[in-house]
Design a protein around this ligand. Structure first.
Ligand code: GLA
Length: 405
């Protein structure tokens, strides 16, 4: 009797110990971060704009899988503006004819091992003039969660005239506070759903959004106005990112807007430089091209695993521009394990290979020859001080140095 009693006590103590240890382990386990690395996927706007349909989104999901982009990390399939129909008398927002069944579409995208994103805004109307979420934030967030939505892009647009200017006509600072409250409202509504939904703020970088967006649950925020597939625009956006590195990190990213790789008349060098520099910026990589008709050289850029590894580096440290020399710029990014990425970009229109650029390693804090990998051709490269680099207009030399000295 005594034996079994003490055995019982020992078992109990042991069980308590195991349970306590398990709880302690759980407590010390970091909660998983939403958007621990910059979100990657595809968004409908840059190619389809207002024409996008349910069929296009299904085809995008199919193509992300078929092209190997899913395996390269492109997980989100994001429906941008123009899916919205009318609200009924209970306030429920219905889809329009182009999207007959959003739940079924989300299930389809999920069945491919992908995630799905949607679009709305804090105003009465979206930028395209469709119904947005003003006064229905919680109802909409709940509906997204019920559909299985994983990502929301929330676009300011009509909130500016309808609410900000109307409520505080001559007070810009008050307008900004109203705007921040509107994003807070949706941040709270998403949180209340209990579903991890990436929250993407689209308000064009107003009022130093990078300062306040993380606190209200923002995982990424646009830092500028819209991108378009022209080098001048891409470069103008790139220039505005310098200095923002300190605001980016796991779970919260600067968003210089979605990719135009493969769109318009960008040259191959421009497509490459756009992708290389967005990866240096730890930017969300949201392709926006015509996936079914993607050319092999565009696919090669978008699925370049070494470049994607720069973008997705777990440290999450965005690049800074270390120096420029006329129209050539040198950016560096610190990577996990002490590695470093160096980008030499010929940003201007008039540099050709006959007059090489000379790289000043000391300016990058490096001394002596640096062994690395050229991420465009995958070849080994050794950077030496003052070495001549032949680089053409709008091209980028992107090098990863495993052990910088
Ligand atoms: C704004 C955004 C774009 C796109 C359109 C849709 O212009 O910045 O990215 O979402 O609205 O109407």
């Amino acid at each position: 009797m005594r034996i079994s009693a003490s055995l019982c006590l020992a078992v109990l103590a042991c069980a308590t110990f195991v349970a306590t240890a398990a709880t302690a382990q759980q407590a010390s386990k970091p909660a998983s971060i939403t958007a621990a690395t910059p979100p990657m996927g595809w968004n409908s706007w840059n190619f389809f704009a207002g024409r996008v349909t349910d069929k296009d989104i299904r085809a995008a999901a199919d193509n992300l899988v078929a092209t190997g982009m899913k395996d390269a990390g492109y997980i989100y399939v994001n429906i941008d503006d123009t899916w919205e129909g009318q609200r009924d008398e209970t306030g429920v927002l219905h889809t329009n004819d182009k999207f007959p069944d959003m739940k079924a579409l989300a299930d389809y995208v999920h069945s491919k091992g992908l995630k799905i994103g949607i679009y709305s805004g804090p105003g009465n109307k979206t930028c395209g003039g469709y119904a947005a979420s003003l006064g229905h934030e919680e109802q909409d967030a709940k509906m997204y969660a019920e559909w299985g939505i994983d990502y929301l892009k929330y676009d300011l647009c009509s909130f500016i005239p309808d609410v900000m200017i109307k409520q505080a006509p001559d007070d810009k600072a008050a307008q900004m506070r109203i705007m921040i409250d509107a994003y807070q409202k949706m941040g709270n509504a998403l949180k209340a759903t209990g579903r991890p939904i990436v929250f993407s703020l689209c308000q064009y970088g107003w009022d130093a959004v990078w300062e306040w967006a993380p606190a209200l649950g923002g995982n990424l925020w646009r830092t500028t106005g819209d991108i378009d597939p022209h080098w001048d625009r891409i470069y103008a956006i790139l220039s505005q990112q310098d200095g923002l590195a300190k605001y980016a990190g796991p779970g919260h990213w600067n968003d210089p807007d979605m990719l135009e790789v493969g769109n318009g008349k960008l040259s191959l060098n421009e497509n490459w430089s756009h992708f290389a520099m967005w990866s240096m910026l730890a930017a969300p990589l949201l392709a926006g091209n015509d996936l079914p008709n993607m050319k092999p050289e565009i696919k090669a850029i978008l699925t370049n695993k070494d470049v994607i590894a720069i973008d997705q580096d777990s440290l999450g440290k965005q690049a800074t521009r270390v120096y420029s020399d006329g129209e050539v710029e040198v950016w560096t990014r610190h990577l996990s394990g002490g590695a470093m990425a160096i980008a030499v970009l010929a940003a201007g229109d008039s540099r050709f290979s006959t007059h090489p650029f000379h790289l000043d390693l000391a300016k990058l804090g490096l001394h002596g020859p640096q062994k690395g990998k050229n991420l465009r051709d995958g070849q080994e490269i050794t950077l030496t001080n003052n070495m001549p680099i032949e680089i053409q207009s709008h091209d980028t030399l992107l090098v990863r140095i495993a052990a910088p000295k």
